[in-house]
Design a protein around this ligand. Structure first.
Ligand code: F6R
Length: 265
């Protein structure tokens, strides 16, 4: 696992976007794994700058969202289908026909999950998975105690997650109780992972998933087993990293031939 500690959220956005662009460079039909929520918005903003400047073309890219609420109407502004459309597909010039979100409105949810896994496999697997992390350590909506062997399936949202996401809804009661989410094994199968976190509310989760034991109590800790995962955090999110100085030293001394430079401001 590579950990990069940067001064502020803008720096996190510029490096994470550069890492995503680097992972898909030269691929005619790249496959992106897409997170929703606040964390990756800066990454998407910087990717959009690249697309608009002509340096990146995602018109033939496929995308697979991490998760979706169960039972929320597709046209609800907080359905992840709607969020992915407005925050990712449209700004990044992606083809809507190539971007999928788990179908949380399906009559047969288990079948919808199976078909989602099949679609990822048919696309050739995910080239780069963009991730945020929940304050409770979840990635996707793999809440604490999720199986490391899990694939896309239905999960019950943790109370902490529902409380955190209430800000997107008119009232806390409106936050759905269930979701479909890619599993931890699904996420681990991506060829490259870029996780971003900003702010003090994520400091404990980052400390645990990066330096704690690999444990289903902090599901993101499974990324310690990924061969090519980069965790990009700002100073506030790095506050509980015991080895933060070491990570800064590693980043400063990274050999030039290995470096991906942040996008310019
Ligand atoms: C979103 C997702 C979640 C979020 C996490 C952090 O698709 O899968 O794991 O990344 O809940 O949310 P924010 O970024 O809103 O703090």
């Amino acid at each position: 696992m590579e950990i990069v500690v940067l001064p502020d959220p803008d720096s996190v956005a510029r490096l994470s976007a550069a890492l995503v662009a680097d992972a898909v460079r030269g691929k005619a039909e790249p496959v992106l794994g897409l997170a929703t929520g606040s964390s990756p918005l800066g990454t998407y903003r910087e990717l959009r700058r690249l697309v608009e400047s002509g340096a990146l073309d995602l018109s033939r890219a496929s995308g697979f969202a991490l998760d979706e609420y169960v039972g929320i109407p597709e046209d609800h502004p907080q359905s992840y289908a709607a969020v992915i459309r407005s925050e990712v597909v449209e700004p990044l010039g992606m083809d809507p026909a190539r971007v999928r979100v788990p179908d949380g409105r399906a009559d047969d949810l288990e079948r919808a999950c199976r078909e989602y896994e099949e679609a990822i496999a048919a696309a050739g697997g995910v080239d780069v998975q963009i991730l945020g992390v929940g304050a409770n350590g979840h990635i996707g909506f793999n809440e604490p105690t999720s199986s490391f062997g899990s694939r896309t399936r239905i999960k019950t949202l943790a109370e902490r997650t529902r409380a955190d996401n209430a800000r997107f809804f008119d009232s806390p009661d409106e936050v759905p109780t269930h979701c479909l989410t890619q599993g931890l094994a699904t996420i681990l199968a991506a060829r490259r992972v870029v996780l971003v976190a900003q702010g003090a509310a994520k400091a404990t989760a980052i400390g645990q998933i990066v330096e704690g034991p690999v444990s289903a109590r902090w599901p993101g800790s499974i990324l310690q087993h990924h061969p090519a995962a980069t965790v990009v955090v700002d100073e506030a999110a790095a506050a509980e990293l015991e080895l933060a100085d070491y990570y800064r030293f590693v980043w400063e001394h990274k050999p030039s031939w290995q470096r991906v430079e942040p996008l310019p401001a």
